[in-house]
Each structure stands twice: as structure tokens, then as C-alpha cells.
Design a protein around this ligand. Structure first.
Ligand SMILES: Nc1ncnc2c1ncn2[C@@H]1O[C@H](COP(=O)(O)OP(=O)(O)OP(=O)(O)O)[C@@H](O)[C@H]1O
Ligand SMILES: [Mg+2]
Length: 163
């Protein structure tokens, strides 16, 4: 995974996301949910990235900007490059897409069962505007920053902080 990625089209952003999703699936769950925090410029490509990411997970549902709902939950199908479907090896099961552009009241978020969602190792969780809830984001979040360069170009930077 390159630290800095320049994409010059929607397709390139989606492809990058798809590749990352496949790597995460291949590695499998470990301890708690795999959480991705997306932040950066308005129209930076966060939702576009999540669309490619969900495709990489094999999610069938259409990924929309969850404007009127805070989050959407989808099933991650099995098998999807996830070792042997019959094996006892744990696999990812659910994909959550949160968007805190409108709401970022920690009490409201916590009342949705957020803590449980990010603790469950079967979950993959993508959170747009995650910097608004930095305090309650897990320490091992994979942070992605989206920068608007020009109409068709975006800079996507990765940062993983593990304690
Ligand atoms: N290289 C690129 N990658 C992603 N999107 C791009 C790119 N070039 C142009 N775009 C356009 O930028 C817009 C990105 O919108 P998108 O909804 O994905 O951004 P966002 O970061 O989720 O926005 P918001 O801040 O409203 O949540 C789209 O209209 C898309 O067509
Ligand atoms: Mg968005």
C-alpha cells in the first residue's frame, strides 16, 4: 500500500479502494473490527472510494451517500477470496458505512451501538468525516485523507497508527 496516491479519475479511485478491500479480506479479522476513517476535502472522493471498496468486498448493495441515515449495513458475501468457506477460520461478515457529515454528536453515535460495532471482529467499518469523532475512533484505525487537487485529480494519503 503506497502512502500517497494520486488518482486522476473516479475509476482510478475505485480501483485503488477495491485493491485495498481485497487485501483486508485476504488478511482476515484480527481482534476487533477493521476500521477505516475517511477525512478531507468536501467532494474529495470519500463516497467514491467507499463504492470501490464495497465492490472489492463483494458487497451487492448500491453504496450511496448516507445523507439521511447515519449508517448503512451490508452483508459481506462468502466466499469472496476468504479462504475456505467451510473452514473454522473467522471471516468478515458485515460492512458498515457511516457518514458523520451532518451529525457527529458522540452521544448519538454511541447510542447506535457504535462501540459494539467497532469491537466486533466480523465487521469492516468505513466512516466518512471520521475526524469529527476522533475521540471515539479506535487507535488502530486506517486513516485516509482526501485532497482535491483539480477537477479530476485527488490525492489520497494513508496513515495507520497502531499502538
Ligand atoms: N479522481 C477522482 N476520484 C474521485 N472522485 C473524483 C475524481 N475526480 C473527480 N471526482 C468527482 O469528485 C466527486 C467526489 O464526490 P464524493 O461524493 O465521492 O466525495 P466525498 O468526499 O464523499 O464528498 P462529501 O464531502 O460530500 O462526503 C464526484 O463528483 C466525482 O465525480
Ligand atoms: Mg461523501
Amino acid at each position: 500500500m503506497k502512502k500517497e496516491n494520486i488518482t486522476s479519475s473516479i475509476t482510478q479511485t475505485k480501483k485503488l479502494a477495491e485493491k485495498i478491500a481485497k487485501q483486508i479480506i485476504k488478511k482476515g479479522p484480527e481482534g476487533q473490527a477493521f476500521v477505516i476513517g475517511l477525512k478531507g476535502d468536501l467532494g474529495g472522493g470519500k463516497t467514491t472510494f467507499v463504492q470501490g471498496f464495497a465492490k472489492g468486498l463483494g458487497v451487492k448493495e448500491k453504496i450511496l451517500s448516507p445523507t439521511f441515515v447515519i449508517y448503512r449495513k451490508s452483508q459481506i458475501p462468502n466466499p469472496n477470496g476468504q479462504s475456505n468457506p467451510k473452514s473454522q477460520i473467522p471471516k468478515f461478515k458485515y460492512f458498515y458505512h457511516f457518514d458523520f457529515y451532518r451529525t457527529a454528536k458522540p452521544e448519538e453515535i454511541l447510542s447506535l451501538g457504535f462501540k459494539e460495532i467497532i469491537s466486533d471482529s466480523r465487521n469492516i467499518v468505513a466512516i466518512e468525516w471520521a475526524d469529527k469523532i476522533k475521540k471515539i475512533m479506535p487507535k488502530n484505525t486506517l486513516w485516509l485523507n482526501f485532497e482535491f487537487i483539480n477537477e479530476s485529480t485527488r490525492k489520497i494519503t494513508f496513515r495507520k497508527i497502531t499502538l
